[in-house]
Design a protein around this ligand. Sequence first.
Ligand SMILES: *Cc1c(COP(=O)(O)O)cnc(C)c1O
Length: 797
Amino acid sequence: MFSNKTEFKETFLKRLEMLYGKSFSESSERDHYQTLGNMIREYVSNDWIKTNESYLAGKEKQVYYLSIEYLLGKLLRQNLINLGIEDTVQQGLHELGIDLSELEELEADAGLGNGGLGRLAACFLDSLASLNLPGHGHGIRYKHGLFEQKIVDGYQVELPEQWLRGGNVWEVRKADLAVKIPFWGKVEARTENGRLVFHHLNAETVTAVPHDMPVIGYETKTVNTLRLWNAEPSQFPFHTDILQYKRETEAISEFLYPDDTHDEGKILRLKQQYLLVSASLQSIIKTYRKQHPNMNLFHHHVCIHINDTHPVLAIPELMRILIDEEGFEWERAWHITTNTISYTNHTTLTEALEKWPIRIFQPLLPRIYMIVEEINERFCQQLWEQSPGAWERIGQLAIIADEYVKMAHLAIVGSFSVNGVAKLHTEILKTREMNQFYQLFPEKFNNKTNGIAHRRWLLKANPKLSTLISDAIGTNWATSPNDLTQLLKYQDDPSFLEQLFKIKKENKQTLADIIYSKTGTIVNTDAIFDVQVKRLHAYKRQLLNVLHIMYLYNRIKEDSSFTVVPRVFIFGAKASPGYYYAKKIIKLINTVAEKVNNDPIIGDKMKVIFLENYRVSLAEKVFPASDVSEQISTASKEASGTGNMKFMINGALTLGTLDGANIEIQELVGASNIFIYGLTAEEVLHYYQHGGYQSIEYYHHDSRIRQAVDQLVNEFFPGVHNEFEPIFDSLLEENDQYFVLKDFASYADTHKTVGETFMDQRKWQKMSLINIAHAGYFSSDRTIKEYADNIWGIKPR
Ligand SMILES: *Cc1c(COP(=O)(O)O)cnc(C)c1O
């Protein structure tokens, strides 16, 4: 199509005319963006088709990754990088007077996810294609991604997100591959040819239309597919009120649920889950049937991975297809199903474990419910035979209990692999949260520590650092991230460390410019950029960070001789719209920011910045500019974290608890290259089990704590009345469930150490380099290889 910039320019101009019927001088930037996107899709189309053909011809095992979320961000530049045409395109455009980075601004973030779970799915897709692995994503094409956050008077305001407003240049709508999804109705059992068969009658059907996006591997010809399903009205619906039917149908793929922990308990959410699962299975089986005469060895050729429990209905849905449509007996269907499905657990927070009331589940999905009941009965029978009379155990393990369907139990019983996402998390699953299941099925449990697409979070997000690295150790680290360890030989090289420092400074300036343009606050790039960006949640303890900032403020105000190493505290966080407490914390951060930033006595010693609308594209600007990575969750609560890895690979030093993957970061860099503080998971879990923590004692005995906590409710913040009482109460009345006050002293001490260490710039730079050098382990390439080898059993094509 084009192999140099001259050809690129010619093709670009021709395509622009063809698509928009405009001459170049009449065309807009948006026309340019659309034209370029169109060209790239055509550029990959041949490899995309070839990849699919080779999968069909080769009959290799395929994996399908089912996820209710994909937090993709922008795709334009990553696609250009992966295709190896970034320079050609950038220069060609430049000669036409077009700035590639300005075109990038026109691309909307594809924000079809809340946070870590959705971003993990996006990173996995990149690694699957880059490793030439036969793995594809299935998800939902939400019309509106995660809400856009505005801060108004310090409060979060949510606006509907509009990523499809200008169309999505990357997708191909495949109306001919649409499938039907049945809801409601009733099930009739009949005996036909001596066999009991089930018919789903009077169902209201919805049409699911696939929209395929190419997933382009890095410097390889593999182009995999992300298939996103759109819910649309069927042509001849069984419904009395057509308009109502149309509204209800379109609502299914209208919004992403803006909550990454709580179960919303909405019919719509269950409809989304079943639509994803049923549409994906129909499409997977259609492809499979092109190569194989029957479903008997389905599990030898297909693996279906469920990202958390949201797609767990894949288990009863596959059973339904095998029994009702393919005529298998229960036992054989169960063998095939439980050898097809693998499952990742993402949390041990009990409030986040999905469960559905039978009264919602049964009428909406009558046949699926029957199958879940049967799975449950057989499972409970098995438990009974193992230990007759152990009613309590059966009640605890049952899939259906107390009028609820427990999705995690269904996932464990109906899959062949259950993995946690970091060593500690998997241990907690095995020894505590899922211990009874672990005893039943020890062979199913395994760990796959999360990873990040280092080609996005370093190669793309931090081009200057990437160039420095490639000049030093060559470019192989892009495909062999462990090569980054070769950087260790520069750890005492002053000129290398100096360049590292210079790049960090430039990236800090870029972020400082963004901060100025968004908030009007000028920040000093010599200060420590101390950053906490992630969803707002009590267990992530943004509150601990804020209380410590209030303490520093108080110290500076009281004692003019008190010296601090200047800091810019940067926050970015969306709170779930219904999460009242989290929204209070956002208001608190903004209130503290207002006070600190406008106090002349504080000046450049401290600034507090809340970055509005934290999302992938903003994150790509934040990590390269960070000095300190705040990973301060209550130990045991953060399953893995992946933000911690993105900071690390960009040379920020972790200030964190021994939680999630922080533990594995410490194992890699050594205790002297990370700032660890606070309770361990074991200590936290011991307190939860046996009690013994009284937050009020810490309030009484530590004047730093008392002063800051009192300021939440006294006249310290002018004009806010009772605003922060719920926060005050959570700490004292409710005995501080997340050990904020307990960990305060060690957090403050460790911050002091951070400051002192930063004063020794050479030492800091060396620590930073050591972190970058060891971050290759956290590439999702490593994670995906482990999934491919140890769970999925797939091989590179
Ligand atoms: C990586 C990422 C997350 C996850 O961050 P954690 O610190 O692991 O919770 C959330 N949101 C965005 C936009 C991300 O890029």
